[in-house]
Write a protein that binds this ligand. Structure first.
Ligand code: CP
Ligand code: NVA
Length: 333
């Protein structure tokens, strides 16, 4: 049963439950395209707490809530007392009396855990430093839509392996039986406890997990995934990160080595693939670089599914909110 449950990290749900949420999202996507109403959260109030900035997650939660008949309320870092004048726990107790569900994007995983415990309503993690679970539903939905299946595919993630997206891909891939290769310089590889968690799931699903620092691991990939080199909150480490990751850029020369010519390129976005942002203009000035984690050529190539991925954020967030907060009949999965 999904009702009343929070989604704070991928391992909160079983493999079958995660697959159910993906299939439900595919169904909701169809309903949306055919303009068929699906107001499973009529008159519910949803709080959207954002300590960090967001385009996709905020837009996806907002439009998903409205399509489901709920009322979303954005509570940004300068809007509420959270953290500065009021503890997470007190905030949770207050919001839990007024809202039926809460999305939280912030820094500490422990904060989202406290919010879920003390609000007593379903809480959905919209990204913390450690995990990005709603991103995973969208990503594996996109992979499933593209290939038709998950088990046995090989995903290679290249870049900073110590953050939310890399952690989530590693563990979710292992849960689904997808082989996952993380390619990062040694100092940016996932923590041992995350690797151990993934390997435990991999034993059950026969997924192959590989953590390495050379790009040779890429040739067998069906899916190539990268993320920004500098995550939100780590901006002061830009120089060091560029130095460490410069040779890990996904460019044409790198993807030419991939055997499966129908591989897909994925990125959670936002991405630094051209000079059309303030940040990249500064990078250009300070480091003379035009692109960072991926070149514009690969980002805009026929193999790239980044915008399908972004759209699927909404369908999957809708799926998780409806399943955990709606009064739907969902057979035991
Ligand atoms: N991928 C993602 O979470 O995007 P935003 O930071 O724009 O929400
Ligand atoms: N690792 C990135 C993901 C953004 C969606 C960050 O935390 O900023």
């Amino acid at each position: 049963m999904f009702q009343g449950r929070s989604f704070l990290k991928e391992i909160d749900f079983s493999k079958d439950e995660l697959l159910y949420l993906i299939d439900f999202a595919i169904h909701l996507k169809k309903l949306k395209k055919e303009h068929i109403q699906h107001k499973y959260l009529l008159d519910k109030n949803i709080a959207l707490i954002f300590e960090k900035t967001s385009t996709r997650t905020r837009a996806a939660f907002t439009t998903a809530a409205i399509d489901l008949g709920a009322h979303p309320e954005f509570l940004g870092p300068n809007d509420i007392q959270l953290g500065k004048k009021e503890s997470i726990s007190d905030t949770a107790k207050v919001l839990g009396t007024m809202f039926d569900g809460i999305e939280f994007r912030g820094f500490k995983q422990s904060d989202v855990e406290i919010l879920a415990k003390d609000s007593q309503v379903p809480v959905w993690n919209g990204l913390t430093d450690d995990w990005h679970p709603t991103q995973m539903l969208a990503d594996f939905m996109t992979i499933k839509e593209h290939f038709g299946y998950l088990k046995g595919l090989t995903l290679a993630y290249v870049g900073d392996g110590r953050k939310n997206v890399a952690h989530s891909l590693l563990v979710t891939g292992a849960i689904f039986g997808v082989n996952v290769t993380i390619i990062s310089p040694e100092s940016l590889q996932p923590a041992h406890e995350i690797q151990k968690l993934a390997r435990n799931y991999a034993l059950r699903t026969h997924s192959k997990i590989s953590i390495r620092s050379d790009l040779n691991g890429l040739e067998n990939a069906d899916i190539v995934y990268t993320d920004v080199w500098v995550s939100m909150g780590e901006e002061s480490q830009t120089a060091e990160r560029i130095k460490l990751l410069k040779s890990y850029q996904i460019n044409q020369k790198v993807v030419d080595k991939i055997i499966n010519k129908n591989f897909i390129f994925m990125h959670c976005l936002p991405s630094f693939h051209d000079l059309n942002t303030e940040v990249m203009k500064e990078i250009k000035e300070n480091y003379n670089l035009n692109e960072l984690e991926v070149t514009d050529e690969v980002f805009n190539s026929k193999n790239s599914v980044v915008f399908e991925q972004a759209e699927n954020r909404m369908h999957t967030i809708k799926s998780v909110m409806a399943a955990t907060l709606g009064d739907l009949f969902i057979p035991k999965v």
